[in-house]
Design a protein around this ligand. Structure first.
Ligand SMILES: [Mg+2]
Length: 290
């Protein structure tokens, strides 16, 4: 293995790269919560120096509330260097606005460069397989917080407690992950041509095959022209079976974190080193993919 999973041993890896990429939930922010202002400040600083990519199974609306709004509120200056990859990179958004006064008002400056949409039959089969399996296992919510089954265009997502469920309820519902693994095992054989994965702590995602976070990294490199060596990735759940593992497995240098405060500490090291090196080399990089 040529990547280092251990933050404590990975100090050498904490150097500025052409793209610094992140998982969102439990890496940049608590699950489904906005960035802490300290993290927003650090990301804005990072954007002054390099490209920042954020990859999550969530949809754009979640990026909007968790990531983009806090950065806009802070007045982050280089949103054009932010690469937003919802639904594991089956969608890709960039800021292309010319008028910064629209920031925070609407999404007009945020352009979806592509979306890989599931077709009608794929979605219908995914909905049916999840609902029938969840009912059999007793996991179908009769009174969910928000929608339980959601069409995310390129992904179908089942949230066992509903999209809007509070963290406290989610943290106690399936603390070992056994329920979601059981549901995944029941649904997968019903959708042999699609990929069924445990998403968050109480959710299942269905996509086309191979649409995990390594797909997102591949699309990111294709869009920007950079190579694997140009990426440094921060994520929780990097070990085998974790939703960030595919990134490590493809050979990207990965830093494993346990919550956003770990990420913050690691970014402090990256930024301090970048400042020290600025005298000898231009720390900032260009703007690929424009
Ligand atoms: Mg995560």
């Amino acid at each position: 293995m040529d990547f280092d999973l251990d933050l404590g041993l990975g100090l050498d890896a904490l150097a500025l790269t052409a793209i610094v990429a992140f998982d969102l939930d439990d890496t940049l922010a608590p699950s489904k919560s906005p960035l802490d202002v300290e993290m927003a400040v650090r990301l804005a600083e990072l954007l002054e120096r390099t490209n920042v990519a954020v990859i999550s199974g969530g949809q754009f609306g979640q990026f909007r509330s968790q990531l983009i709004s806090p950065l806009e509120q802070l007045g982050a200056g280089r949103l054009d260097r932010l690469h937003v990859m919802p639904a594991c990179g089956t969608q890709y958004y960039r800021w292309e606005g010319s008028d910064r006064s629209t920031l925070g008002q609407d999404d007009s400056g945020w352009v979806r460069r592509y979306v890989e949409t599931l077709d009608h039959s794929e979605k219908a089969r995914a909905f049916a397989a999840i609902e029938s399996s969840a009912r059999v296992l007793g996991y179908w919510p009769e009174d969910p917080w928000g929608e339980a089954l959601e069409d995310r265009e390129s992904q179908v997502t089942f949230s066992a407690l509903g999209q809007e469920a509070p963290i406290e309820a989610k943290s106690i519902w399936d603390p070992t992950g056994a329920k979601m693994r059981r549901l995944q095992a029941a649904v997968a054989p019903l959708l042999p041509d699609l990929e069924v994965r445990v998403g968050g702590s109480t959710s299942i995602d269905v996509t086309r095959r191979g649409r995990d976070k390594s797909f997102a990294i591949a699309k990111l490199l294709e869009s920007t022209g950079y190579s694997l060596d140009d990426v440094l990735y921060f994520g929780d759940q990097l070990r085998e079976g974790g939703n960030n593992h595919p990134v490590a497995a493809m050979g990207v240098r990965c830093i494993e974190v346990d919550g956003w405060r770990d990420t913050l500490a690691a970014l402090d090291v990256v930024l301090a080193r970048a400042k020290r090196n600025r005298a000898s080399a231009d720390g900032a990089v260009g703007d690929p993919g424009r």
